[in-house]
Design a protein around this ligand. Sequence first.
Ligand code: 5GP
Length: 193
Amino acid sequence: MNFLEERIVKDGIVKEGNVLKVDSFLNHQMDIRLFDQIGEEFKKRFEGTPINKILTIEASGIGIACVAARQFDVPVIFAKKSKSINIEGEVYVAEVESFTHKCKNQVIVSKKFLNPDDNVLIIDDFLANGCALQGLISIVTSAGANVAGIGIVIEKGFQTGGQIIRNLGYHLESLAIVDGMDTATGKIVFREQ
Ligand code: 5GP
């Protein structure tokens, strides 16, 4: 088990509805020493890949993206959730259905911050059905920029997102892939990587 899998086993809680709760160290209370290790691991996994920007989505991706950005020495952009239906031409827009909140959000990024010559690393905390990632990918491609890679902290491999994104040909690196989890026993099974 790697450092992250060990922490998930120690402090993760398996909830009903295929939700893994990791709010004691990842997306509510945040363990910044762990984040540093996550950032270093992303840096290793994308070694040699040209990356000049990191893109994530609010809110849970922001902390991880910022710590990772110190390793890559690049700025972070986060896609903002926006409820307004009529957003005028200054922003790239994508529709994202929230896995945890079961609602649809428009997410936006200002056109000022993404250009055709950008090599973008997309980072997020979780990958479930891939809706958040597909939204972020569509924003990068709308800007004519390149998706240089995708870094995920926890992929739930028993949901469809990982396979969809890999089949599209993207370089996706997930630091822990959960292949199964049991609500009754709390047991979590990781994919060998
Ligand atoms: P997707 O769009 O891939 O279906 O879901 C990804 C998003 O949903 C992530 O940005 C994350 O915030 C949230 N998410 C999905 N599954 C889980 C989960 O098991 N636990 C937590 N805490 N968040 C999740």
